[in-house]
Design a protein around this ligand. Structure first.
Ligand code: ADP
Ligand code: MG
Length: 252
């Protein structure tokens, strides 16, 4: 019974693999069921029963008015926060409601890359050092860190800026460093909360172009919160939130 309910929202062409019927098989990047996130002793329900699946390699825009729960949702998907109730699996791993923070940290470090609106880079460090930081968290040896940061900075077109401190870079360059940093640990899931929100539209378009190229190369799953219909239309699917609930879910 329960399995049927879990499978129901999946796409007809998203054939289940050999383990078909699992609630959160490895072919799903995200499986969310009845997610609630309450604040203020339950008086504020930022998310009020959100369910959806995202397949690996899918691209998804999350839209909705201010206060509709977009950031709250992204923080759950990014293992930065835990739901109050409901079920959430990220890359096939269940987020346990009352679990240990180390488990979330580990899941986040291994599976998830996060790009924020204001990049969250450390301005006094170089581009390279910023990209290497998440790898230090996973104790990647120094030589491997160096190789990988060079490769990633080359990939985002910043090979010649690797040793610049971030505060000397333009807004678009910083956001490209943030993309490189988000990919440092080879995540399966790339999340962005208004990743183009502080960029002019041409630079924003370039960042989205880059993300979609990286998806083609690495089979990444991409979930972006955006207010920009132009950015949303570049994703294959748009989920709309209103008052903490899904008010629309369509493929474009
Ligand atoms: P959005 O990103 O769509 O603008 P948010 O997810 O930031 O919306 O917020 C959704 C709702 O939850 C808002 O009403 C907001 O005030 C409330 N909220 C979010 N985080 C908290 C918090 N830490 N404490 C109390 N209320 C919160
Ligand atoms: Mg927000």
């Amino acid at each position: 019974m329960n399995d049927e309910r879990q499978r129901a929202p999946r796409r007809a062409d998203g054939a289940a693999g050999p383990g078909g019927g699992r609630s959160a098989g490895p072919d799903l990047a995200i499986s969310a069921r009845d997610l609630v996130r309450a604040f203020e002793d339950g008086r504020v329900r930022a998310l009020d029963g959100v369910s959806f699946d995202v397949e690996r390699g899918e691209t998804l825009a999350v839209m909705g008015p201010s206060g509709s729960g977009k950031t709250t949702l992204l923080n759950l998907l990014g293992a930065l926060d835990r739901p109050t109730s409901g079920r959430l699996a990220i890359a096939g791993e269940e987020v346990v409601l009352g679990g240990h923070d180390q488990d979330l940290d580990r899941l986040r470090a291994r599976e998830i890359g996060f790009i924020f609106q204001l990049h969250n880079l450390i301005p006094t460090l170089s581009a390279r050092e910023n990209v290497e930081l998440p790898m230090m968290g996973l104790r990647v040896p120094r030589a491997a860190r160096r190789r990988r940061s060079e490769e990633l900075l080359g990939r985002v077109g910043l090979a010649d800026r690797a040793d610049f401190s971030v505060k000397k870079l333009s807004g678009g360059e910083r956001q490209r460093v943030a993309v490189a940093r988000a990919l440092a640990n080879r995540p399966h899931l790339l999340l962005g909360d208004e990743p183009t929100g502080s960029l002019d539209s041409r630079t924003g378009t370039e960042v989205i172009d880059l993300l979609l190229e990286l998806r083609r190369e690495h089979g990444l799953t991409i979930v972006l919160v955006t207010h920009d219909p132009g950015v949303a239309s570049r994703m294959a699917r748009i989920v709309e939130l209103r008052d903490g609930r899904v008010s629309g879910d369509r493929r474009v």
